[in-house]
Design a protein around this ligand. Structure first.
Ligand SMILES: Nc1nc2c(c(=O)[nH]1)N[C@H]1C(S)=C(S)[C@@H](COP(=O)(O)O)O[C@H]1N2
Ligand SMILES: [Mo]
Length: 389
């Protein structure tokens, strides 16, 4: 991805360059296409959902690798990032700590390292699939990816800083600044979760964290929706209170009670979106198969629970289910690839549904629970296959 380096040393996306990027020489310059490079299949491209800032999802048929290539990984940025040079960059840790810290990437790299493979999914992934339609970025099912994140445990960092016992929340700040009076994307999460397994990551799939994914440093919050994964992370503040502001008090909240179109909830009748809901997606399925043959269907499954127990496929509208094969590769909170060989029993058009069950026994529902912000869509995916004789 091409980055425009400004004279003031700030790194900025140049949208025109970004959307017409083409190392493969295969992509027609178009304001609606964001190209990709190297690791991705020739001709592959991402779908830019809107023009400003950059929100690009990955077509499902490209999400077939255990690790999603960095260049294909969906991008969700509220504002054009303004990140300091990695050279001048520091992460500060302050608030309820005995010894406030200010650390460069080189210093962070010298501390005990950790790596973790986990899934990153936008809370709004699948919003476009809700009916009635909802405002917000119209994601289909591709605002999700699975990567190996390298960095340092938040727990380690806070141990070095000397955590005060009164801390309850970790406030997180990124360096992107919105235009005019628009509220900044500042967030916090419970300190308990941050200490459990969050990491500050400077690597993604063995490469320095790309700037569009928050480089030089971002938060990784395993099992939780993407809005907690602060990009261009510059400051962590231990606090007794959560962060306030639009992105905490109004956005990224999920209704406590049953939601339906026309019923709206006040912020206090909602709770923050945290853990992902159990979900499978179908990435490949043939559109036709001969009656005498079998059809191979593949996909991935994920959850906010640590692990997927099973994925099943039904060809009779959910009346009966058969287990798909799970790929052996997995990590706590990674996605799980699956595949299924379907043997048709009669000619005509068939619809196959998939559903996942996680390690806590939660089963993916047929219909996603509608909510006014269109978060955490997880209805059964389906594929239509024409059986010919
Ligand atoms: N500083 C900052 N961090 C951010 C965002 C942002 O706009 N600014 N977007 C968040 C949202 S809503 C998501 S889904 C993820 C997307 O991460 P990605 O672009 O690497 O896929 O980053 C999160 N972190
Ligand atoms: Mo998101």
């Amino acid at each position: 991805m091409r980055i425009d380096r400004r004279a003031d040393g700030n790194t900025d996306f140049d949208r025109r360059k970004f959307v017409t990027f083409s190392t493969l020489g295969l992509l027609a310059p178009s304001a609606l296409l964001a190209g990709i490079k190297s690791a991705a299949p020739a001709g592959a491209q991402m779908l830019q959902v809107n023009g400003y800032p950059v929100n690009a999802e990955t077509p499902l048929e490209l999400l077939t690798d255990y690790l999603t290539p960095n260049e294909l990984f969906f991008v969700r940025s509220h504002w054009i990032p303004r990140t300091p040079d990695a050279k001048n960059f520091t992460l500060s840790v302050d608030g309820g700590v005995g010894k406030p810290l200010s650390l460069s990437i080189a210093q962070l790299r010298k501390l005990p390292r950790t790596e973790m493979t986990c899934v990153l999914q936008c809370a709004g992934n699948g919003r476009a699939l809700y009916s009635p339609a909802l405002p917000g970025v119209q994601w289909n099912a591709g605002a999700v990816g699975n990567a190996r994140w390298g960095g340092l445990r938040v727990k380690e960092l806070l141990h070095i800083a000397g955590l005060n016992p009164s801390g309850q929340h970790l406030q997180t700040f990124g360096s992107d600044s919105p235009p005019g009076k628009v509220p900044p994307f500042h967030r916090s999460l419970e300190l308990e979760k941050a200490l459990e397994d969050a990491i500050v990551a400077f690597e993604m799939n063995g490469q320095p964290l790309p700037v569009e994914h928050g480089g030089p440093l971002r938060l990784v919050v395993p099992g939780w929706a993407g809005d907690h994964w602060m990009k261009w992370l510059t400051r962590l503040v231990v606090s007794e209170t959560p962060q306030t502001g639009f992105y905490m008090d109004t956005a990224y909240r999920y209704p406590l009670g049953p939601a339906e179109p026309g019923v709206s909830f006040k912020p206090e009748e909602m709770r923050p979106v945290t853990e992902l809901f159990v979900k499978s997606s179908i990435t490949t399925a043939p559109s036709r198969v001969r009656l005498a043959d079998t059809a191979r269907i593949t996909g991935f499954a994920l959850s906010g629970a640590p692990g997927i127990a099973r994925v099943e496929v039904s060809d009779d509208d959910g009346a009966s289910w058969r287990e798909a094969d799970l790929d052996p590769r997995s990590d706590r909170y990674s996605w799980r690839l699956w595949s299924y060989r379907w043997r048709p029993s009669k000619p005509g058009s068939a619809r196959l549904f998939a559903r996942a069950t996680d390690s806590r026994g939660a089963i993916q529902p047929r219909v996603a629970v509608w909510n006014q912000s269109g978060y955490l869509h997880n209805a059964w995916p389906s594929a239509e296959i024409e059986v010919t004789s």
